[in-house]
Ligand binder design. Structure first.
Ligand SMILES: *Cc1c(COP(=O)(O)O)cnc(C)c1O
Length: 415
């Protein structure tokens, strides 16, 4: 499609964009169990307004935009307090979980090189750790040593310890891990890292907000944050359970010294001194301002309420799946994610169930191995689980009657 010779009106372009959304998943109605989060129209509108006011402001240079230095310091300060980061904790805002994880991998590589002269670095991580670690290893030239998880889907610290050698620069645990929604034994993983004085990253992209507030609500949560000795960095996505606009995550390091391995500086060109904290150069202030706005608007009370709602819905869904003979819940959710497969995979194709659900307007992640469907349950789903479970039942019956099969699809796509 070519650019129009003479420009279209504002109304015309906006109505064309709106029309393009016609077949998108209806996340505002709680139809998406992945990819989008909704704390209500008012919060969405606030995030959009804050984003609009800072969309052209550029976080590449906070001398020109001291507002964004302040925004970042405030947001990182709040997340640091959730993580029990302490006085010396230091972080940056990034554009998402992937960028936070890329920076954790890069910082570990730089530290290994600087302190121990490691030139062929490796990362020891469970098979459940997010695909972004694979991306980081591929981008930055590290070997990814994937270690099988235990029968309960949690990382296996003994097997991880066996895989560590003098070239290991990073161990990884997740709180919770994405595929089955369980929290890895962070204390044990961090102890292995501490013993060898190498980095240990906790991927709390999903759980950073939720686990913090579940603990305050009285849930029994295994230790996962900087209170655990040996944890050197943690990632927390605000554009997930922080309920803010896309493009906001925090990577927090235990100390300024550890953070220093993340940053990049050069003067090896004709444009002068250039420093940046993350992958991007020019960086919109929009997502940063939206995060600041939503955090301050919701406050502790808002996050307690939203976390309780998401957890209630998640428990209700887990109960319903356990009560469905054709399905098998992979694990009781420890945060607000769960996955399930077929009790008899030869009799029921869960990807065909996902197809039937999508025809009814519901969007779930498809994953494996083993073939499973995955739900990220957020506050918008509270009060909507009954409707979903009814359509899940109907979809299973339809697939069993037709003996249909489906495709695995993808969590992330390339087009
Ligand atoms: C979402 C997620 C990521 C990746 O974050 P993006 O924001 O999609 O880049 C990494 N780890 C976990 C556990 C996640 O849930």
């Amino acid at each position: 499609m070519a650019i129009p010779g003479s420009g279209l009106s504002r109304d015309e372009v906006l109505s064309q964009l709106d029309a393009m959304k016609a077949h998108d998943v209806r996340w505002r109605d709680g139809r998406a169990f992945t990819l989008a989060y909704n704390a209500g129209d008012e919060v969405v509108a606030l995030a959009e307004e804050a984003y609009r006011r800072f969309s052209t402001e550029n976080a590449l240079n906070t001398d020109a935009f001291p507002s964004l230095r302040r925004v970042q310091a405030d947001v990182v300060g709040i997340v640091g307090s959730w993580l029990e980061a302490g006085e010396d904790g230091a972080g940056f805002m990034t554009t998402g979980g992937t960028e936070s994880i890329l920076m954790a991998v890069k910082a570990a590589r730089e530290r290994g090189r600087a302190e121990r002269g490691v030139t062929s670095p490796n990362v020891v991580l469970p098979t459940s750790a997010h695909a972004a670690f694979e991306k980081g290893c591929a981008y930055f030239g590290l070997e990814s040593r994937r270690i099988a998880v235990r029968d309960d889907w949690r990382a296996d610290p003994d097997a991880m310890a066996d895989a560590v050698d003098e070239n290991t620069v990073l161990l990884v645990g997740s709180a919770p891990q994405y595929p089955q929604g369980v929290v890895d034994p962070i204390t044990e993983i961090a102890a292995i890292a501490a013993e060898r004085d190498v980095n240990c990253h906790v991927d709390a992209c999903m759980g950073g907000v939720t686990l913090t507030y579940l603990a305050r609500l009285g849930h029994d949560i295994p230790a996962w944050n900087f209170s655990v000795p040996g944890v050197t960095s943690i990632s927390v996505d605000l554009h997930k359970f922080g309920y803010t606009a896309k493009g906001a995550s925090v990577i927090m390091h235990r100390s300024k010294r550890l953070r220093s391995f993340q940053t990049f500086v050069t003067d090896n060109w004709l444009g002068g001194f250039y420093g940046s904290s993350g992958v991007l150069g020019t960086k919109s202030g929009g997502a940063m301002a939206a995060a600041w706005a939503v955090l301050h608007h919701l406050g502790d009370e808002g996050y307690l309420r939203l976390t309780a709602a998401a957890r209630r819905a998640c428990d209700q869904l887990a109960d319903a799946i356990e009560a469905t003979p054709e399905l098998r819940l992979r694990a009781r959710p420890e945060a607000t994610l769960l996955s399930f497969g077929a009790s008899d995979p030869d009799a029921l194709d869960v990807f065909a169930v996902a197809d039937a659900l999508w025809r009814r307007g519901w969007y779930l992640d498809r994953q494996g191995p083993p073939p499973s469907l995955h739900c990220t349950v957020n506050a918008v789903h509270d009060g909507r689980i009954d409707a979903f479970v009814a359509d899940l039942r109907a979809s299973i019956d339809e697939v069993l009657a037709a003996r249909s099969t489906g495709d695995q699809g993808a969590y992330g796509t390339v087009e």
